[in-house]
Design a protein around this ligand. Sequence first.
Ligand code: NDP
Length: 608
Amino acid sequence: MSVMEGPTRPDGTPIDKEAVRRRYLEERDKRLRADGNAQYVRLAGGPFAHYLDDPHTPSVEREPRADHVTVAFIGGGFAGLVTGARLKEAGVDDVRIVEKGGDFGGTWYWNRYPGAQCDTASMVYMPLLEETGHMPTEKYAHGPEILEYCRRIATRFGLHDGALFHTEVTDLSWDDDASRWVVSTNRGDRFTAQFVAMGIGPLHVAKLPGIPGIADFAGHSFHTSRWDYAYTGGDHLGAPMDRLADKRVAIIGTGATAVQAVPHLARACRELLVFQRTPSSIDVRDNGPIDPEWFAGIATPGWQQRWLDNFTLNQAGGTADVDLVMDGWTEISRRMRSKFSALPREERTPLAMLAAFEDADVEKMEQIRARVDAVVADPATAEHLKAWYRQLCKRPCFHDEYLQAYNEPGVRLVDTDGRGVERITERGVVANGVEHEVDLIIYASGFEVGTEWTRRAGYEVTGRGGVRISDYWAEGMRTLHGLHVHGFPNMFVVQPTQAANLISNVPSNLTDHGRTVAAVVAHALERGAAEVESTKEAENAWGELLLTGPGRMMAGALDCTPGYYNNEGQDPGPRARLNVGHPHGPAAYFAYIDKWRRAGTFEGLEFR
Ligand code: NDP
């Protein structure tokens, strides 16, 4: 079949692409709003500060630190764990991880809502599986296993030693005379570090809808990232929430978190009202246990890197002979490739590629919408649960119990036709002009994205000559390889942007950066270099290279329905041009950086 024939359904009937496009725009327009990111209020501070208390681990008194370490790492999630592990492997023993939670785990420490599960296959999502000898129990592991696994990495690599939990960095300042960083925290610490690295996570500052009346609610409420099992009963390991049997519960938001939590709430509550502004696209999950015999067969030396390379190639535009992971993420690219490669060679232009992408997407979304009709018994509810946008406009979801939950007698979808909840009253939630009285409101309203980096980090970074990173990045992020920043010596930013930018599997970006950090730090220590810093020329050249790419594709598209992928539908300005990855994609970045590391000359960095 050629792309020119347009998208079709599985039975071969054509799909009216123009009508689909029109519907997408209509639905987007309903949701566009002038206030963009400003529609949300942050949880940190203010009247909702208590929402952020750590329900999992009591805080322990300790003396403030005023000593010196070789490496300080800010954040004890996957970034800190994998970088710490690689540093230890490289013989750098003196690593101090500073973490605001009470233990390792990052997002998995905080997000213990019922049903929490990784959406990327465990074999590629869980880092360092080969090093730890862990076999994931399921194709998509659940939260408790991942949290336990985080602790396992920490134990295996001795990262608990010296870690500071329940500690938030408040300031990072470079001391030019001593060639050291001064790290200040909210626990009164003021210690120095030769190197600092930070992995603060992309989605860690919880936000609430900025609707009137939130503070007036007289019942109970919490954000999904601080699930209150003391109120709901049950626990994050899966014990049923036995205190909800007589409760009327509202959940606000239908993103990836709500999709996983709703089936569990549906089973537990007397009545569950799901307040929806925009439906998520819900594709098949098809989870299952991992067979130890099968695993023993494939887990030969180098297995995880092979799987990672294969997933990256299949998911992000490349080609591989086999698809080891075979899931919804790799299917997105598989569909596009098969359409494109069906074209005669001379017709394979960039425009044809975009058309192939769109046709594959229309077909996929029609299939996802048809699944809603097939699963949800009530036709009106089914209609409201259909996602009218391209699959990558919003975070794609995969679940085999979410849509089914709407067939439970106590579950009701309150669709707001894109307008969202209007207000909260003392008694409950107002939507479409109707007040719904409830006992509990659960905010599944997500996390800050697109705000200032320092605002989300919670601290300023002051580099050489008193330059603040908030000023240095005022016109957009500037890095070499997404990791080093000129003017901020001995500092590493462990995150995906301006590097591989493989969003479908964030940990693999972090693991790779961890390898680079360890290689650079070990090299500096071996040479007795006090400082290592990216040159201005190298950083500029990297920025220019990034801008030669196709730009932000779907994730930044303003014709998408609003969400955090596209800055809530508002033009993010020229700064966002730099929120991209390697111009030739993740696989190209990983290959490039592997070669760069192996060369051992660390081109673009200056050691002194
Ligand atoms: P999201 O930001 O994805 O979802 C927030 C939800 O709140 C949206 O449905 C949003 O609607 C809704 N909302 C906001 N304001 C209002 C309002 N006034 N009235 C009604 N609804 C409102 O947050 P999540 O916590 O669900 O997910 C965040 C991200 O975390 C995911 O995208 C994913 O990257 C990650 N995650 C990953 C998981 C995994 O890998 N397994 C699981 C869970 C999360 P609208 O869409 O209209 O803005």
